[in-house]
Write a protein that binds this ligand. Structure first.
Ligand SMILES: [Fe+2]
Length: 392
């Protein structure tokens, strides 16, 4: 077995009703809470009111974020709260709220703070110190897995735009409360895009060249969990708490696996596209996922001897005991799995890239710039273009 290292996993409370743990958790850190929230669907669900009431013994400051976080948003929230003696930052919302909270909790403690841009990977020249205000993550969508990761994704949109991470091992949340009740009122379009993002994160980290025994053991159970429940909660059974729980759990696990095994070409391309156009991250990943999987699996099957390790792993998801490349049934089962992912993405019917103003001409530069980091086969620019055209 290969050597590996696993970063800390936040203390977490999982399951229906676990929201009740939030006041006690905040109390561990102090009285002054900064709540970061997206707000809209949370307010509609009635849980926002319940949360604020449960925190009546604290001094609560609230900021709202209604878009994916940019440096301007982070810097403004930090400057406005520098003198509030914040003891704990508590983010309650989707991936954007969680990433915003994570970045604000870090930047409030960065002594030489100028702008978060200075500390972003590939953008700034400063190394984050890792100091932060304690941070609690409470996801209300099931997608980015930010409640388990050590990075916050910050973007600036435009021709010279970027989508980059603020990253440090210490940025893993101190605690996470994952209560599937909070996701029940999440609109189907957001549930679909977020869920496909998480499924992509699970599959990418599972066949990543940096995958390890620990992340594999988590992903192999979480992948079917997402695959078997996502369509139901987006269509017939949005209030099925058992299935919402399965989706929320798989999403949380995707955060652990991506933080410890890395991601592949879907996120390599999503980073470039998301910096260029204002498209929800989950939508980009959900659109690319089935075609990336199709292209990557075809490449793996083209040299079964060389890629045996990865085919064995894909076999494990579809209950085949080891992959036998002389057995057509094993090959068919893997191909059926690819079809299942394609069918799910088709059923969820996310709006294509062109509906967000991406032009066919943009695809070439995305294909050239999108990273293949950790992908078990290096996809050529031509192969990446093929994926992008299908998502266009
Ligand atoms: Fe993602």
């Amino acid at each position: 077995m290969n050597s590996f290292n696993i970063a800390r996993v936040p203390e977490f409370f999982f399951g229906e009703g676990m929201l009740k743990e939030l006041p006690g958790l905040n109390k561990l850190f102090g009285r002054n809470i900064l709540i970061v929230t997206g707000g809209k669907s949370l307010k509609k669900s009635g849980y926002y009111k319940q949360i604020i009431e449960s925190l009546k013994d604290f001094n609560v400051y609230v900021v709202n974020v209604d878009s994916e976080p940019s440096p301007v948003i982070i810097d403004t929230f930090v400057l406005n709260n520098l003198n509030n003696n914040i003891d704990v930052v508590c983010a309650i919302g989707g991936g954007s709220a969680l990433d915003t909270g994570k970045a604000v909790s870090a930047m409030l403690k960065e002594e030489k703070f100028r702008t978060v841009k200075d500390y972003l990977e590939g953008v700034g020249s400063r190394e984050p110190s890792g100091n932060k205000i304690p941070f609690i993550a409470v996801p209300t969508t099931s997608g980015t897995g930010s409640e388990a990761t050590k990075n916050a994704v910050i973007s600036e949109i435009g021709p010279a735009g970027f989508k980059k991470s603020l990253r440090h091992d210490n940025y893993i949340p101190n605690a996470a409360v994952i209560d599937p009740q909070l996701t029940v009122k999440c609109p189907a379009t957001i549930t679909a895009a977020s869920g496909l993002d998480a499924l992509s994160q699970l599959l990418e980290s599972y066949i990543s060249t940096k995958a390890n025994a620990f992340t594999d053991s988590l992903a192999v159970k979480a992948i079917p969990g997402m695959l078997n429940s996502l369509n139901e909660v987006c269509s017939r059974e949005p209030e099925n708490i058992e299935k919402r729980g399965s989706v929320a759990y798989s999403s949380f696990i995707s955060g652990i696996t991506l933080a410890n095994a890395g991601l592949c070409t879907v996120h390599g391309l999503a980073g470039v596209i998301g910096g260029y156009k204002n498209i929800p991250h989950g939508t980009i990943c959900g659109l690319l996922l089935p075609y990336w999987l199709e292209e990557t699996v075809a490449a793996l099957l083209s040299d079964c001897g060389k890629y045996r390790k990865y085919l064995d792993k894909l076999s494990a998801i579809v209950n085949v005991t080891g992959f036998n490349f002389k057995n057509n049934e094993d090959i068919e089962r893997i191909q059926n799995f690819v079809m299942q992912v394609k069918q799910l993405a088709e059923d969820l019917d996310l709006p294509k890239l062109n509906t967000f103003g991406v032009t066919e001409g943009d695809l070439n530069s995305f294909a050239k710039e999108g990273s293949n980091k950790n992908n078990p086969v290096k996809l050529t620019a031509k192969q990446k273009l093929k994926i992008l055209k299908k998502a266009f």
